[in-house]
Design a protein around this ligand. Sequence first.
Ligand code: AMP
Length: 573
Amino acid sequence: MLFSDVAVLFDRIEKKSGRLEMTDILSSLFKRTDHTEIGKLVYIIQGILVPPYEGIDLGMGERFAMQAIASSAGYGFGEVEKNYKKSGDLGDSAETLLTKKKQTALSTTQMSVAYVYDSMIKIAKSSGTGSQDQKIKILTELLNNSSPLEARYIVRFVIGSLRLGVGDPTIIDALSFAASGDKSLREPLERAYNVCADLGFVAGFYDKPDRIAAFEVEPFRPLMPALAERENTPEAIVERLGECDIEMKYDGFRLQCHKSGDKVELYSRKLEKMTHMFPDLVAEIRKLKAETIIFEGEALAYDQKKKRYFSFQQTMHRRRKHDIEEASAELPLKLFVFDVLYLDGKDLTNEKYSKRRVKLEKLFHDDILMPSRSSRVSTSLELEKIFQESIKEGLEGIIAKDLNAPYTAGKRKFAWIKLKKSYGKAVDTVDGIIVGYYLGQGARAQFEFGGVLLAIYNSDSGRLETVAKVASGFSEEEMVELRAALEKIKTKEPPANLDFKIEVDFWVEPKYVVEAAFDEITESPNHTCGMHDGKGYALRFPRISRMREDKGIKEITTTDEVEKIFRMQGHPR
Ligand code: AMP
């Protein structure tokens, strides 16, 4: 597949916003793409080089990309900079400047998708002295062989701002259409993706339904973490699950731990490798009596003498301030293990929770790696009692587990149901992603920060929808810090996959997740969350309660959840 053909289709995708049209364009593209290239193409569409847990970063700053554009287009650096200031998009500038040059150029070599992708990998992998020159050289070569349109996308990709606005659900639909002409493969493809968190890898088998259906968990290929639904009373939980296990909900750092022999890797809930942050836990995991294992737990510090848990924030703060080794000695971590997903060559994700728990309790019983506290209940009264205990101990609440449910990778299903402190009372929270911010007015003007626009995720459409403009909750110091962080990720255009009705002073790359507390969900014509009859859902009296650095865009609250909270308030829909 020629990259020039792909660039033409990217241009068409950018001009369409309808999901059906995008699916159509992509499925015809996939059908024409060779098997050896399709994974690479899928990564490019996702705007990534490799799945996040492989930790390969392109490491190409804008200034280096500008140097490559300058030398390829035959302009001085200053001219590129000037054009970029005017256009606000370095990809557009590369296109404009190369258009002028191409009128006089003699010939170029046509590049395949694989060639472009492999060159990007080379850029990412060149390191050490002289590596920046090497990176610029490879990019210059790519641009020398590019049409202006190809250059637009190559440059945007290299600086991490491709933003085609195509969500993973659209890519999955397109793969299904390419293989079968309809959506029938969507579910197995989605499951395979959730099991390995690597859509490029899955795409390599997209037209082999047997292989997709038999996709299994493997050590060192992290799974998408299962997510919890919510209910607001013990009665509602027992009504739904009947007899169930009630576990303490620890407010720590979720870790997915993989071990094979002596090799151990730890992944965050965003599936980034965190092994280096937790040497104390790694050493303990190595000692486990299991050759290969994947399990999940919540890490947090616990003061044994005072019988007190440290919050996630306190735990991480200590770790950041001190040397990791020092912090490990001073503030020993515990890992409360709550699920086992793979054991000695066997994928356990399709086994019942109750069976997985039996295995878990056999494996974990020491002082550092310990099972999450769990009790079997069959009445709401028993549940309420444990919930109150958890609150007394300073925990967040409980998570109820369906005894018969498999592990629902990447999904918010009723296999896990959380009941948190605030439910049913005045305060509830959502995790939203910041998509833009406002300048201050009045007393706040000195900080030039007037709050943020928050969006949540519509998991059916793969789009972001706005739910609140939040201007309070943070101290002045925190606001200054947040504003500085947002300043660095300002963009000229709104995120391509955002549906919005209100404007902001500055759009930003959707990167930071915050927890926002609110009094209730109302309907508003200004927000697009769950838009129906011209009205969407909005948070009433929203305020930021904390940054959720551990959460990524895939873990934010979904439209379905917001709608559910709305219904829980007693509004039928
Ligand atoms: P939330 O982030 O509020 O949606 O709650 C779900 C999170 O609770 C999970 O992602 C885990 O990080 C965390 N958690 C704490 N304790 C448990 C537990 N016993 N079982 C499952 N998840 C837990």
